[in-house]
Design a protein around this ligand. Structure first.
Ligand SMILES: [Zn+2]
Length: 113
C-alpha cells in the first residue's frame, strides 16, 4: 500500500536524524499532506500506528496537516479560484498547481541529551 511506503520512508528519515543528533527519544512528528497528493490521511495514520512499533518513532505522535490545493497562473502569478476553470483568463494559459500535492516532513520533536 502506498501509505505504508510513505510511513516507512518517514520513519527511516527520522531514524537518520535521531542517529545524527544522538537523540534519546522522539516525541512528535509533523507532516504536511497535500489534498492532491493521493495520500489518504486516515490510511496514513493507521499505517503509522502499526509501523512505528519497535522503531525510533514508537513513542512519537503524528500530526498531519492537510494542505488544500492552490492554483495560480505560471505567467502572471494570479490566483485561480477554487472551482474555477484551471486556466488564467488574462494570459490564456493553463494554471499551475502552487500547493497541494506535497508530502512533507515539517518537524521532528526529539530529545537530545
Ligand atoms: Zn495569468
Amino acid at each position: 500500500m502506498h501509505e505504508y511506503s510513505i510511513v516507512q520512508a518517514l520513519v527511516e528519515r527520522v531514524d537518520a536524524e535521531v542517529r545524527a543528533r544522538q537523540a534519546i527519544a522522539v516525541h512528535r512528528l509533523s507532516v504536511r499532506i497535500g489534498e492532491l497528493s493521493g495520500v489518504e490521511v486516515e490510511l496514513l495514520t493507521t499505517a503509522y500506528a502499526t509501523f512505528r512499533e519497535r522503531t525510533v518513532c514508537e513513542g512519537a505522535e503524528l500530526d498531519v496537516r492537510v494542505v488544500p490545493a492552490r492554483w495560480e497562473c505560471p505567467d502572471c502569478g494570479g490566483a485561480i479560484g477554487r472551482g474555477d476553470l484551471l486556466r488564467c483568463r488574462l494570459c490564456d494559459v493553463p494554471a499551475r498547481l502552487a500547493e497541494g500535492d506535497e508530502i512533507m516532513l515539517d518537524r521532528i520533536e526529539m530529545e537530545v541529551p
